[in-house]
Design a protein around this ligand. Sequence first.
Ligand SMILES: Cc1cc2nc3c(=O)[nH]c(=O)nc-3n(C[C@H](O)[C@H](O)[C@H](O)COP(=O)(O)O)c2cc1C
Length: 193
Amino acid sequence: MIYDPDEIDQLGIFDGINEVIVITVSEEGLPNAAPIGIIKKDTILSLRLFTGTHTYENIMAAREFVANITHDPLVFVETALGDLDGDRFVRRDGEIILKDAESWALFRCDPLRVDISMPKIEFVKGEVLRKEFRAVNRGTNLVIEAAVAATRYVALGSEIYLDEIVRIRRIVGRCGGPRDVKAMDLLDKLLDL
Ligand SMILES: Cc1cc2nc3c(=O)[nH]c(=O)nc-3n(C[C@H](O)[C@H](O)[C@H](O)COP(=O)(O)O)c2cc1C
């Protein structure tokens, strides 16, 4: 277990925007997972939360969340546009995490310093579950980009995002692996394309 904020890089969180799967728990005790960017600039960690999501409501109420680091493109699409079944979560050291996470980290927001849309967050503890390394794959990276475009399309309804998804699909077909293609197929299905 890692407790020292100076060692957060060991969990895979570096300067810049870290795209992770955030698990929050509702007031009824139900876990919710969604892709969220954790912004790190030197020692400062923050989020930019849009209102109107389960993640926003749960974080504002519980003031804590677990960030799960994963490279699985499918889970980004699944959680961006839908929900995960209960068997995709496990408990670890008292926290609900993704069963297939590579590492996880618990964060808290200090209520005194919370700004509604950009709460500063504080690292509490985390753990590395598996260390995998892989070559950069343009297809996998673009599935994450397509998932962002998909959530914007859902929120704003602009056709520009659909054009982007079509362009991305072509490159994923050329560069991605089977899981990337599966993720794009699921994205099309969930968007009803
Ligand atoms: C890669 C990625 C990063 C995202 N980052 C954020 C973010 O930083 N803040 C945010 O409010 N929404 C972000 N989103 C959008 C949310 O994941 C999306 O609105 C989701 O549907 C919220 O689900 P929920 O209602 O279950 O919380 C991101 C989406 C993707 C695919």
